[in-house]
Design a protein around this ligand. Structure first.
Ligand code: AMP
Length: 357
């Protein structure tokens, strides 16, 4: 393992790389003055892979009531890795693309510390393609087309350096592939987060349940939580899903925020009301990337820190919605994120006195 350094807030202020984290915690302190926060443990130039992500790297065609993007770069692993790279220095991506995938995007990922040793490029083949159309509410969508293309050939072989990564993000993908990634880890990772969708519940439920039993945190949307559990009430659904194995469940509710269940507790985080939502594609994956990136950075898996990670994930996701594809996410600065987290704190901050008598 690389050097872990205890950093005090005073030192953090001076450390440019840590500016965001200091500010984040500062805000959480001001939002709840009584809460004491542990000093952060930062990885300085880690010699090991901090996070590996498996998922699609794709082309998407996106239709919204307000515009169309004919061919934009997307894919779960793309969004997750870009979002996590705000917090981490050394990540690995496991996926497959055709030789139609732009080298410029691969370079963008490398430049952000995302190693592509686990990304296979298949000559003469086409990358995964997904087409979707959003309804007027921009919260629900129909899948128009899914062309698995190279994904049919994905048989992940983890490079040696990936096998000891303490954090693993299983992005939305065939659960058989997600399972193969876990099988190749040298030891049980410190934290495994998994995302999935109705597509896999419909087509691969037994395998999906096997993988769910092996992860720490599952992130799915409300409709998927209902489908997976057979319960309409999200509280009952959460209880059933937690009994399947994960310690925590995050239920994403699009523009209505996210719920965290686990440890006998529930936490709700809103989504930021945005003036213009251009394209919500990838918001769930960006959320997951921000969430696990923050947890991998802070290395604290307590319920209170998961709450912070949910706010960070929600803030990151709000950026993705502001432009098509990954366009907005790649231009976000730490200052942008700082400001947005402040907006979240203000959004839910209120004083109340109970009425007596
Ligand atoms: P999200 O909006 O966060 O649910 O994720 C959108 C991304 O998921 C898009 O960029 C798609 O390329 C990708 N995607 C769509 N369908 C699938 C699928 N069946 N398996 C894996 N990834 C998918």
């Amino acid at each position: 393992m690389g050097s872990l350094v205890q950093v005090q807030p005073g030192e953090l202020r001076a450390a440019t790389a840590a500016l965001f984290l200091f500010n984040t915690n500062h805000w959480f302190k001001t939002a709840s003055a009584s809460r004491t926060l542990r000093p952060l443990r930062l990885n300085i130039n880690p010699s090991f892979m901090q996070l590996i992500t498996v998922g699609t790297v794709a082309f998407d065609r996106i239709e919204t009531p307000f515009g169309v993007a004919e061919k934009t770069v997307g894919g779960a692993a793309t969004y997750i890795s870009l979002a996590a790279s705000v917090f981490l220095e050394k990540m690995g991506l496991v996926s497959v693309v055709g030789d139609d995938f732009p080298e410029a995007v691969m370079q963008q990922l490398r430049d952000r510390g995302v190693g592509l040793g686990g990304l296979e490029v298949l000559k003469g083949k086409e990358s995964f393609f997904w087409a979707g159309r959003y309804h007027y509410d921009m919260n629900t969508r129909d899948t128009l087309e899914t062309r698995l293309n190279v994904l049919l050939e994905l048989d992940p072989k983890l490079p040696e350096a990936y096998r000891k990564a303490p954090y693993v993000m299983l992005g939305n993908l065939d659960p058989a592939v997600q399972g193969k990634v876990l099988d190749q880890m040298a030891e049980r990772p410190a934290l495994v987060v998994m995302d999935t969708m109705n597509f896999w519940m419909d087509s691969a439920m037994p395998k999906l349940l096997e993988v769910i039993a092996r992860v720490d945190i599952l992130t799915i949307n409300d409709a998927e939580a209902r489908q997976l559990s057979g319960e309409h009430s999200l509280v009952k659904a959460a209880a059933k899903i937690l009994a399947m194995g994960p310690k925590y469940l995050v239920v994403k509710k699009g523009e209505h925020g996210a719920l965290l269940f686990g440890a006998g507790r529930v936490f709700f985080a809103p989504a930021l009301p945005l003036e213009d939502v251009i394209d919500p594609t990838g918001a769930g994956d960006t959320f997951a990337g921000g969430f696990i990136g923050y947890l991998a950075r802070t290395q604290d898996h307590s319920f209170d820190n998961l709450k912070r990670a949910i706010i960070v994930g929600s803030a990151m996701a709000s950026f993705t919605c502001e432009k098509f594809g990954i366009e907005r996410l790649v231009e976000v600065t730490r200052e942008d994120i700082d400001q947005r987290i402040q907006q979240f704190v203000e959004l839910v901050d209120f004083d109340i006195e109970l009425v007596e008598g």
